[in-house]
Design a protein around this ligand. Structure first.
Ligand code: 5IU
Length: 260
């Protein structure tokens, strides 16, 4: 079912969290609801592609621990590119431990995620303590967190009551939790952003459990605000051309939801 959503322009003004307002303002200005997931092992490959695709995305999603040659220069360069092309950075860390542990992981270690990633995410499995702990680090820096409320992989356990508990954690912590990673529209609250991975123009999956839907399905049928695309862009011979294609497909589907 197609749900009437508030426009990016409205949400850029009305949403309660400054980071969400920035995100929607970028989406409105650049006319894109595309997040590129760059799951590379080489820093140079990552930075080169981000520089090329940056103009077409509102968000770049990283798995910083995949890099074989990580140095703090990579995150500095990423921040420079985010500024140059006007996008936000989302480290897909999926924190999932007790409060004390995730506090240290988010703030420190080799990656110092809170110092450069505007957005990160967390599994609700440890309970609400994970949100308070991450918020202690991220809130003073103006960061935001997404709850992993549903997953795209086949047979995943993030369903039913578990998903509902994730929604409650978000709705009661809106000063730090800015939305969800989900496969459907879970909350009617316009302050909460729904981001959907498992997207490809060509439906299907991979050999390791990933399941894909099209950008149009994710947005018009499942209520995604942001589509997350990895190999649909990074795994083809013309990533910039593909990014433009996903941007176009995602944005026209969004415009379509406004007309209903
Ligand atoms: N990702 C998923 N599904 C999920 C969650 C995260 O695919 O439910 I939570 C991540 C994994 C990968 C990216 O980094 O999103 C999708 O990449 P592909 O578009 O290449 O499948």
């Amino acid at each position: 079912s197609i749900q009437k959503v508030m426009s990016h322009k409205e949400r850029a003004v009305k949403c309660c969290h400054p980071l969400v307002r920035s995100l929607y303002s970028i989406m409105n200005d650049k006319e894109t609801n595309l997040c590129m997931s760059v799951d590379f092992t080489s820093s140079e490959d990552l930075l080169q592609l981000v520089d090329k695709v940056g103009p077409h995305v509102c968000l770049v999603k990283t798995h910083i621990d995949m890099l074989e040659d990580f140095t703090t220069d990579v995150t500095q360069q990423l921040q420079r590119l985010a500024h140059k092309h006007n996008f936000l950075i989302f480290e897909d860390r999926k924190f999932g431990d007790i409060g004390k542990t995730v506090h240290t992981q988010y703030q420190g270690g080799m990656y110092k995620i809170s110092s450069w990633a505007h957005i990160t995410n967390a599994h609700p499995v440890p309970g609400p303590g994970i949100v308070s702990a991450l918020a202690e680090v991220g809130k003073p820096l103006g960061r935001g967190c997404l709850m992993v409320a549903e997953m795209s992989s086949s047979g995943n356990l993030a369903t039913g009551e578990y998903t509902k508990a994730a929604v409650k954690m978000a709705e009661t912590n809106k000063d730090f939790v800015i939305g969800f990673i989900s496969q459907s529209r879970l909350s009617a609250d316009p302050d909460l952003v729904h981001m959907t991975p498992g997207i490809k123009i060509q439906m299907g999956g991979d050999s390791l459990g990933q399941q894909y839907v099209t950008p149009k399905m994710a947005i018009t049928e499942r209520g995604a605000d942001v589509i997350i695309v990895g190999r649909g862009i990074t795994g083809v011979s013309d990533p910039v051309g593909a990014a433009k294609e996903y941007k176009q497909a995602g944005y026209s589907a969004y415009l379509n939801t406004l007309n209903h």
